[in-house]
Design a binder for this molecule. Structure first.
Ligand SMILES: *Cc1c(COP(=O)(O)O)cnc(C)c1O
Length: 463
């Protein structure tokens, strides 16, 4: 079926630990130092002489591969003009151009762009924008000061974003210092309630959301969601049509819709923005990760005219948005973003994403879809999750102490592919520029790594 992976390389010498560096979401006591010296295209070169395929796009943000001459040049060119200008009361010309560009390419009538530095901050800005909007819009409703978020949502790691988040490990520990949103369903197409079949899923989840809106709309500023795919929850994939239904419900109940496309934006799902799949324009759109092609930290919060206009007034009215970051709208990042958006268009990356996704996904499925421990292969576009389960009939998870997902990803790293799991969901999310050959090799290594940990496919449970 598959040959030896062409990626594998011997490890020459262990890297010297850079002990001063404390890593996020990493147990430092058992951290195996892995440092990148340089990178080219989809390949990372480690300080100990290994070459690893970047199978998760450097945590979901890389679009065009690394060290791309066009993006490099755009940054250097900007560097020779000015490296940083504040966005508080002034601007850099490059950043203004990017704002205009984002308005052009984003869905519907999203018309104004507020810049920050990371996805979490884009979400924080959205929350405060929605809150302040209801205080001072034409028909003020200051009691609208809470939020509806989905179960197992992920919106970042700052305190407000974690409050919205519903992933147990990230949320529970910090519960005493968080605010509590109204919690909606987890619109999962893999683990549906027993009485609901796939055709009923969309109406079922929309019904649950409508019940919450009926009860709470008077106190709700906004519904916040990741459209189509809840990435950090393990690529939970929503029923088709749900986003459009939620848009209608938000209109009906006068609740703002905030879509967090930090992960799904910039071509990941096969459209430039995931909202386009269902012809939806959110009131507020959060972008990050792929915005600069994954080169520099930058995020954006886009708003529609009615939002923006509620913040206009005389100086003495104090209606301005009371929020702003020192490095928001940094022009080096803006230059990278403009170059990245041009490249996405010139290289037809969004149109190509569907065929690439189908190729990668079916090559993985051909090898492991029948495996007794593969529960589901899901996601949209080049955003794929493979959920490994102890029993595929009952969907019973593995004991988390077995760290199966971690073991599979370690097996992939040994075979020259860098991937990182979310519990027992193996995430496969290569840069959009990955070639057909690279995608095939990636699929083969993922399949081999699953087999290395869990054995060859067994058809015993396929009854
Ligand atoms: C990654 C992510 C964030 C947080 O972005 P950071 O840049 O890590 O702060 C927010 N929302 C979603 C959907 C994400 O995937």
């Amino acid at each position: 079926m598959t040959q030896e992976p062409r990626f594998s390389q011997a490890i020459d010498s262990p890297t010297v630990a850079a002990e001063a560096h404390w890593h996020g979401f990493t147990q430092m006591a058992s951290y195996q130092p892995l440092a990148i010296e340089r990178a080219e295209g989809c390949w990372l070169h480690t300080t100990d002489g290994r070459k690893l395929f970047d199978g998760v796009s450097s945590l979901w943000c890389n679009v065009h591969g690394h060290n791309h001459p066009v993006i490099n040049e755009a940054i250097v060119d900007q560097l020779h003009r000015v490296a940083h200008v504040t966005s508080l009361g002034m601007s850099a010309a490059t950043t203004d151009r990017l704002a205009e560009r984002l308005v052009d390419i984003s869905p519907g009538d999203l018309s104004h762009v507020f810049f920050s530095c990371d996805g979490s901050s884009a979400v924080e800005a959205a929350l405060k924008m929605a809150f302040q909007y209801w205080q001072q819009c034409d028909d003020p409703q200051p009691q609208k000061n809470s939020f509806l978020a989905l179960s197992q949502a992920y919106h970042g790691d700052t305190t407000g974003a974690v409050s919205l988040g519903g992933i147990k490990y990230f949320h529970q520990l910090f519960a005493p210092i968080l605010f509590s949103p109204i919690r909606g369903p987890r619109p999962c197409t893999y683990r549906l309630p027993d009485t609901i079949d796939a055709e009923q899923a969309c109406d079922f989840y929309a019904g649950e959301i409508e019940t919450l809106l009926q009860e709470h709309h008077q106190s709700l500023a906004a519904l916040v969601m990741e459209p189509l795919v809840q990435g950090a929850a393990g690529m939970i994939t929503h029923p088709v049509g749900l986003l459009q239904k939620i848009r209608q419900l938000c209109d009906q109940y006068n609740v703002l819709l905030i879509c967090d496309e930090v992960a799904t934006g910039f071509g990941r799902t096969g459209k430039l923005f995931a909202c386009e799949h269902e012809s939806v324009t959110p009131d507020i759109l959060c972008l990050g990760k792929g915005l600069t092609g994954g080169y520099l930290p930058m995020a954006a919060t886009l708003a529609r005219p009615h939002l923006y206009e509620a913040f206009l007034g005389e100086l003495s009215e104090l209606k301005q948005f009371f929020h702003g970051h020192t490095f928001g709208g940094n022009p080096l990042a803006a230059a990278a973003a403009l170059a990245s958006i041009d490249l996405i268009e010139q290289d037809g990356l969004v149109d190509a994403a569907d065929a690439k996704a189908t190729r990668l996904r079916s090559r993985i499925a051909d090898q492991v879809a029948d495996h007794a421990n593969v529960g589901s292969i899901r996601g949209r576009g080049l955003m794929i999750g493979i959920e490994l389960v102890a029993d595929r009939d009952t969907k019973q998870p593995f004991d988390s102490a077995d760290a199966i997902g971690h073991q599979v990803c370690q097996a992939a790293i040994d075979r020259g592919v860098w991937i990182r799991p979310l519990s027992d969901v193996v995430i496969v999310m290569p840069p959009l520029v990955a070639s057909d050959q690279e995608l095939d090799d990636l699929a083969d290594v993922v399949a081999q790594s699953i087999e290395a940990v869990l054995g060859k496919p067994s058809v015993a449970s396929k009854t």
